[in-house]
Design a protein around this ligand. Structure first.
Ligand SMILES: [Zn+2]
Length: 121
């Protein structure tokens, strides 16, 4: 399913909330999670700055061979300082991603992108 009429973050969020309102309502901005590597134990703390879908697993960029698994939003994580944030791309970044069929599929299903917190100005 490739959606071409969606061109902005706002349109994408409207599409997601219109097509699956209850699902969309269940997402909470500000939730924190931890992803820990099964190989080197290196972890990142994430925060959701937009509503959306986050993956269960991420590849580890510390040891490069392990997999970081989701810690399922444990209460204990909520007081940690996030190192990374989940966000919904907008503008040119989103347009470029929607051109790619695989990425289009990810974002049209509510998927978010991840970036280090210090990249945010
Ligand atoms: Zn690792």
């Amino acid at each position: 399913m490739k959606i071409t009429k969606v061109q902005t973050k706002e349109q994408l969020e409207k599409y997601l909330s219109d097509t699956h309102p209850a699902w969309w309502e269940a997402f909470r901005v500000g939730r924190k999670n931890m992803y820990r590597c099964n190989n080197c134990s290196h972890f990142i703390v994430t925060i959701e700055v937009d509503r959306g879908v986050t993956p269960m697993m991420l590849s580890c960029d510390s040891c490069t061979i392990g997999t970081r698994r989701s810690g399922f939003y444990l209460d204990g994580y909520q007081k940690l300082t996030p190192t990374h944030e989940w966000y919904r791309p907008d503008g040119d970044e989103l347009l470029e991603l929607l051109e790619d069929p695989q990425a289009n599929d990810h974002y049209i299903r509510g998927g978010l992108s991840i970036r280090p917190v210090e990249d945010v100005s």
